[in-house]
Ligand binder design. Sequence first.
Ligand code: GCO
Length: 485
Amino acid sequence: MSKTVFRFPENFLFGTATSAPQIEGAAYEDGRGASIWDKFAQRPGAIKDGTTPAVTCDFYHRYKEDIALASELGIRSFRFSFSWSRILPEGRGQVNQRGLDFYRRMLDELDRYGIVPNATLYHWDLPQALEDQGGWLNRDTVKWYGEYASLLFREFGDRIPMWATVNEPIATYVGYGEGIFVPGHSSEPMGRQADHHILLAHGEGVRRFREENIKDSQIGIVVDIWHHHPLRPDYPEDVKLAELNNEKTYRSFLNPIFKGAYTEPFLRWMEENHCMPQMQPEDMARISSPIDFFGLNCYNRVVDCADEKLLEAWKSESRSESCDRVDNADGAIGGNFQDDGREFYPRAVYDTVHILKEEYDVHLPIYITENGTPGTDEQISGDGCVHDRARIEYIEGFLRWIAKAMEEGADIRGYYVWSLMDNWEWNAGFTSRYGLTYVDFDTQKRTVKDSGRWYQDLIRRRTLELSDDMETVDDAEVEDGKGSR
Ligand code: GCO
């Protein structure tokens, strides 16, 4: 097998991603209002280990050390999110100056090291005060989101070259439709209504951004794509199932954003299942306002089969030995709820980049805004290090397929590992560690893992070896359990 060497361009943004509720802590300090996750976490049984986001990584107090650490690793861009309730404790109205000051200090620190900020306005943490008024089921929340967005654009507009309106709109569905995220409703009509509103909020964010006329900054959205493949491509039942799941997940966002409409099959499905959201005629025009970049979160694919037993058999066969993935069978899996953790399929990122181009005609710059893998029993070994070989293999595998796509012409401008450090993984609490840096949550001590050192080295050399056999894997091989390793 021959190998070629790929060199990432000089200006390629190697980064790390984080979010406010998962790292900041200081949940009740300096005038911050509660977010929905603060309240939800107090519900017995809601979070796997019973923890809350009150302290997490204590980034609010330790941001200087953490940004210094990011700089030491060579990180060129830092993806973070604003905490809405730190800035507007009631979600609207009274502004908390101390909240704004924190982000100003944080941005100063990033500037000091020449690290490019990449900001998300909304990473799932609605102010509880707005949830009390119906949250994402209430159309007014879109307007309040718009006010919050304008405030941030005015405060920090051109200091931040990349702004994302929303991170992974599907999380709203999971909260209102499936009940495993906050606010814990399991109602399909609620889920679809909340999703429609969050899409509308995205459009409103874009409109507000344009209104401010911010020079040299760009606006986009971050969507996660988990493409569903049929286990048996020749079986109509499997194909139908995978198609429906693609409709209900990423297509329900990408179609409105890029084509200004829900797809016919999805509309039909919502009609038949009595979950059609209330919409207004002008909504789709707003949702599809042109954006400047696309943020792609990609972790894996999903394989569907109408025959459950067969699927289970395939899963145990295809469980990767080389990459020690976490088994998420208990359901409390945190952010990546679509992943059962069994398969390692780095080609997923290549496939999704193709979906964007071929199905949505996307010619925008793409940033891989998240990619990473959890460990559940990681610890510091006797030699003081954390040997997370599986994470290195995972990241390297995905980067190879990103490189391959770039080699073939894809306009991918950056890649962000989820995450700089272990943090609070939603309903999985602290049981799922995604960091390049290990965090001891009792002492707040940070220890860079082997993967962090590996990433540092990669950023320094900017090269990766690609092998020729990357072309040979295709969907048909799913059936034999031969994913690309
Ligand atoms: C997501 C979220 C992150 C998660 C990460 C790991 O993609 O689900 O953006 O907040 O923590 O993905 O699950």
